[in-house]
Design a protein around this ligand. Structure first.
Ligand SMILES: *[C@@H]1O[C@H](CO)[C@@H](O)[C@H](O)[C@H]1NC(C)=O
Ligand SMILES: *[C@@H]1O[C@H](CO)[C@@H](O)[C@H](O)[C@H]1NC(C)=O
Ligand SMILES: *[C@@H]1O[C@H](CO)[C@@H](O)[C@H](O)[C@H]1NC(C)=O
Ligand SMILES: *[C@@H]1O[C@H](CO)[C@@H](O)[C@H](O)[C@H]1NC(C)=O
Ligand SMILES: *[C@@H]1O[C@H](CO)[C@@H](O)[C@H](O)[C@H]1NC(C)=O
Ligand SMILES: *[C@@H]1O[C@H](CO)[C@@H](O)[C@H](O)[C@H]1NC(C)=O
Ligand SMILES: [Zn+2]
Length: 935
């Protein structure tokens, strides 16, 4: 699944979208079913006594016993909407269906364990070999995180016997984001001013199944749906026909071809009246679906244009060298979707912002995001769908790989973007932050440590995605990209339609014959995946001494970690490739490659290929700082030197003034990467000091601040310059923003603002303005149907300096009629980001915690990011005390997937307190001195 950099990231989700008519217009309903991932373990759990259920004690094991192996499901689903959707808070939906699962018994048993979240209305077990029915004694639905449905039989299931289990189910969809959820919105309102979005009503529903990724099976799906709608599933439909002409609702039946062998978490169905456009591909039928108006307006065109191309590229020898195994590929943009996208095999689901592009309205960064998400999800069609992890503890390999490969996919279709360089900003520098905390965690987890659904949810974090991508990129470069991809191809061939653990990949990479590199891949990679964090490599260029240690913001490390570190080095006057890759696999050694000759500079970690930071002796830092903006230093390293310097200063390896000095030459540079690296680091200064007297001299000085929404592909500096200048209260700039915005307000219909500048201009105009500007933007927000435009406005609304507006906006976030549930948490974070909103956002989150965790918690992992967002600025003892109080007010269960984020927030706050104490005076003086020099 793809998770936005700042967009929510979520779990495995199958989706049902359906459209129904009702009073007051057409309502499109969507149901999203999130599979619970409970696991598969070779050791069977003790069968509980009839009267004793797990809730009375800790569950001994949340994994299925593994004694029954599903082979094929026949699934019939019929979503029925039976209420009028005229009362947003009180609607209900019924979902009925039945399923027959054919399975083999590999170990004699009298009970069937499988997963279900609701009672079954009918159960029949058949012995297929002897053609008889086995009576069911009783069924027990476990009321705990296991989600087990236990079926006790009067007879015995014999080893090697073939059986079938029929279940019928019916359930009301409840209001809980963790399960199935349904959301509705009014389409094309008949009256002009009717802009109401119907409140999403969340609901859950699951069909009973062996819901573990290793329990692969074939699925034959049938969907009964309303006349005038069409159904999609993982495979092609074999035909549809009405079942009755007399029935009022005139349902249709759509049957689908049996799928390939696949995991349950990749199943998806949609029922909608969406339209589609076709992509070119020589063999696969590719269609992109969206709301009919969006298709008509051409918003899916960009996605459709690139999808066939990326798919063909992945099929080519250059990448997987293997055809896409299904005959069709659908992708669909959903108005409500909590993840960025989900890679369901043959039916990929997206947020609208991840699929729909409107020329002239969406920005370049919206386009970049769309290409990236599509490239990510398509990579999963092989890596994840065809070859699947055995259990969720290896999720990082799936997500890290898809994240890494997506840069290749995007580069193939948009070579001018130089997207591959941006992995350093988007993934590596970002995850370096989290991974420099002692409360970080290793990439690999033990199978046994990942048990409950919230254990699994917690894995969907930046370590899994971004560090996963970073270490695979390092390995690929170390082995040579060709060798790496050869190994990947052979691995996919060998394990297609089955399951793997990460060591299987190491073994296949190891096997690739190559004359030059023979690496113990598993051993090398163990140092990166089993140990948390990353090293800082310290080089003394006087002697050539080089050493490694665990890099932590708060020293020292409790661990004696040593990594196997491949280091690419470059020296003044030598070509970047002149020196072979150096390997440091011990804590410390001396190598001439790192020694400076005649006072010439030495640069390590070329293009930031390695997942580590580099520190030098002061003399070498001096040589490099003077060159940061020259072409002599590779572009990526110009950014990385800045990022390393600032972070080494935060961890007290070097002086903060050395870090600040790296930015002095910025005005001479026109490239995005160095600017963005500097701005992000200076952002930290803003967060730490925008409530203190340091902020004055800091503002006078430079280029500060930017907003996190902007990641455009070109004209970076134009945007940076505007947002930087504006947020420094430079009058002209704010005037300009206000004027453009005023024009728009008077004009109302045509928006004169250039798409790439919108987020910045809106934000600045609203910050400088009052209620009038806010209300205008709010009106536009409610009216626009372009998702990317909505996101920009939603962000900009958080920029007001008026406390009462911010407070009201916070209240809106918990009203799904105003802010969709999927957007609530990021909106609160935007408000917290505003210095005027910081304190009220934190108070708001604390005051509404119970409600937020109940309504917005569950499977949605953006929860952790809520904590991260609202505590970003924390840097006082009082704030630390508040955090600790908050932590002690709730138990582990109530905090759910936010508990790790809370630990990290506490650690980060401690580091901030220390840093501010130690550096405030120095920073203040530096900025005072600089501003007096420059004025
Ligand atoms: C559960 O079953 C076991 C084995 O049949 C038996 O020893 C034990 O007493 C039972 N416990 C209860 C509470 O019935
Ligand atoms: C919806 O129904 C509930 C329960 O009947 C009621 O409390 C609520 O006021 C109704 N809401 C609206 C907007 O009519
Ligand atoms: C399964 O459900 C469908 C649709 O409700 C129904 O037509 C069919 O008869 C059911 N199958 C069985 C075996 O009950
Ligand atoms: C399942 O049925 C039992 C017995 O009728 C009931 O007590 C329980 O609440 C039901 N569980 C659910 C989730 O509907
Ligand atoms: C770490 O290494 C040092 C020096 O080699 C040694 O004294 C210390 O005991 C080690 N600590 C741990 C936890 O292994
Ligand atoms: C580098 O090594 C030289 C020679 O041993 C030593 O004098 C100097 O202090 C070292 N520099 C650093 C920063 O450790
Ligand atoms: Zn993914």
């Amino acid at each position: 699944m793809a998770i936005g950099i700042y967009i929510s990231k979520v779990l495995a989700i199958a989706t049902v979208v359906m459209t129904v008519s009702s009073i007051g217009g057409i309502i499109t309903m969507m149901i999203v079913y999130e599979t619970e991932r409970i696991k598969m373990n070779p050791t069977p759990p003790p069968t509980p006594n009839a009267t004793i259920l797990y809730p009375t004690g800790p569950p001994p094991n949340l994994r299925l016993p593994g004694n029954l192996i599903p082979e094929r499901y026949e699934l019939v689903l019929q979503p029925r909407l039976y209420t009028f959707v005229n009362n947003a808070t009180n609607q209900s939906l019924i979902f009925t269906g039945n399923s027959t699962v054919y399975f083999r018994c590999v170990e004699k048993t009298k009970t069937i364990f499988l997963h279900s979240k609701q009672n079954v209305t009918d159960v029949t077990v058949k012995d297929l070999d002897n053609k008889k029915t086995i009576n069911v004694k009783n069924t027990i639905l476990y009321n705990n995180e296991s989600n087990f449905l236990e079926i006790r039989l009067e007879g015995v299931l014999e080893e090697d016997g073939n059986y079938s289990l029929f279940t019928a189910f019916e359930g009301e969809l409840l209001d809980d984001l963790a399960g199935f959820y349904m959301s509705s919105y009014k389409k094309e309102p008949s009256t002009k001013d009717d802009t109401t979005q119907m409140q999403p009503t969340d609901a859950r529903k699951v069909f009973p199944c062996f819901d573990e990724p290793a329990m692969k099976a074939e699925f034959k799906v049938t969907i009964i749906h309303r006349f005038g709608t069409h159904a999609l599933a993982n495979e092609k439909a074999t035909g549809e026909k009405p079942i009755s002409f007399y029935c009022h609702t005139r349902p249709k039946v759509t049957r689908f071809q049996t799928t390939k062998k696949m995991s349950t978490y990749l199943l998806a169905f949609t029922v909608s009246d969406f339209h589609s456009i076709v992509s070119k591909h020589e063999r696969v039928e590719i269609k992109t679906y969206a709301r009919p108006e969006a298709i008509k307006a051409g918003h899916a065109k960009y996605a459709a244009d690139i999808t066939g191309n990326i798919l063909a590229f992945y099929e080519s020898k250059e990448v997987f060298g293997m055809i896409y195994p299904l005959s069709k590929l659908d992708q669909i943009a959903l108005p409500d979707f909590s993840a960025g996208a989900m890679e369901n095999w043959g039916l990929v689901t997206y947020r609208e912002t991840a699929l729909l592009y409107e020329e002239g309205v969406s920005s370049t960064s919206n386009k970049e995001w769309i290409a990236t998400v599509i490239a990510h999800e398509l990579a999963h069609q092989w890596f994840g769908n065809l070859v699947t992890m055995k259990w969720w503890n290896d999720l990082w390999l799936n997500e890290g790989f898809a994240t890494y490969i997506s840069y290749m996919g995007v580069d193939h279709i948009e070579p001018k973007w130089n997207i591959k360089d941006l992995i350093v900003l988007n993934d590596i520098q970002t995850v370096f932050q989290v991974d420099s905390l002692a409360s970080s965690h290793p990439l690999s987890s033990n199978e046994d440590d990942v048990q409950t659904p919230s254990d699994i949810t917690e894995l969907f974090d930046s370590i899994t995605y971004s560090k996963g991508a970073a270490v695979l990129r390092m390995l690929s470069d170390y082995l040579k990209d060709r060798v790496f991809m050869d190994g990947v191809k052979k691995y996919l061939q060998a394990f297609q339609y089955s399951n793997v653990v990460h060591k299987d990949l190491w073994e296949y990479l190891q096997k690739v014959k190559d004359d030059t590199v023979v690496l113990p891949v598993a051993e090398v990679m163990a140092t990166w995946t089993m140990q948390m964090g990353y090293p800082v490599i310290t080089i003394n260029t006087t002697t050539g001494d080089v050493s490694q240690e665990h890099f932590l913001l708060i020293q020292p490390s409790d661990y004696n970690y040593t990594w196997h570190v491949p280091i690419k080095v470059m020296k003044e006057g030598l070509a970047p490739t002149a020196l072979p890759t150096q390997v440091l696999a011990v804590p410390k050694e001396r190598k001439s490659a790192f020694k400076s000759e005649d006072g010439k500079w030495v640069l390590a970690n070329i293009n930031c290929m390695g997942y580590f930071r580099v520190n030098y002796d002061p003399a070498n830092w001096d040589r490099l700082i003077h060159l940061i903006y020259s072409q002599e230093i590779p572009l990526i390293n110009r950014g990385q030197l800045i990022d390393d310097a600032f972070n080494l200063a935060r961890a007290k390896h070097i002086n903060v003034t050395l870090a600040l000095r790296t930015t002095k030459y910025l005005r001479n540079d026109t490239e995005y990467i160095p600017w963005e690296s500097a701005l992000r680091n200076l952002d930290y200064f803003i967060l730490m000091f925008d409530r203190s007297e340091v902020y004055g001299p800091m503002q006078v000085n430079c280029f500060f601040s930017h907003n996190h929404l902007i990641f455009p592909l070109c004209k970076y500096n134009q945007i940076n310059a505007i947002s930087v200048a504006c947020s420094n209260d430079i009058e002209d700039c704010q005037k300009m923003a206000k004027k453009l915005f005023d024009n728009w307000m008077t004009n109302n219909t045509s928006n004169p603002i250039q798409p790439n500048l919108k987020a910045t201009i809106y934000c600045q105009a609203i910050a400088a303005g009052g209620e009038k500007e806010w209300e205008f933007a709010w009106g536009k927000f409610q009216n626009t149907t372009t998702a990317s435009e909505k996101d920009k406005l939603r962000f900009a609304l958080s920029c007001t300096r008026k406390i009462w507006l911010l407070n009201r906006y916070l209240e809106y976030t918990l009203n799904p009629d105003k802010i969709r549930k999927m957007d609530a948490i990021s909106t609160i974070n935007y408000i917290a980001r505003n210095v005027a909103g910081q304190a009220i956002a934190w108070n708001f989150v604390r005051a509404h915690w119970n409600y937020i965790s109940l309504e917005y918690g569950g499977g949605i992992m953006s929860f952790g990011r809520l904590i991260e967002g609202v505590t970003q600025r924390f840097s006082t003892d009082f704030e630390l005390q508040e955090l600790r109080q908050f932590q002690s007010d709730y138990n582990e269960e109530e905090l759910g997937s936010a508990s790790r984020a809370l630990e990290q927030a506490i650690e980060r706050t401690q580091a901030n307190i220390k840093w501010v104490k130690e550096n405030k005076q120095t920073v203040l003086e530096w900025f005072r001195k600089e501003s007096s020099e420059s004025s």
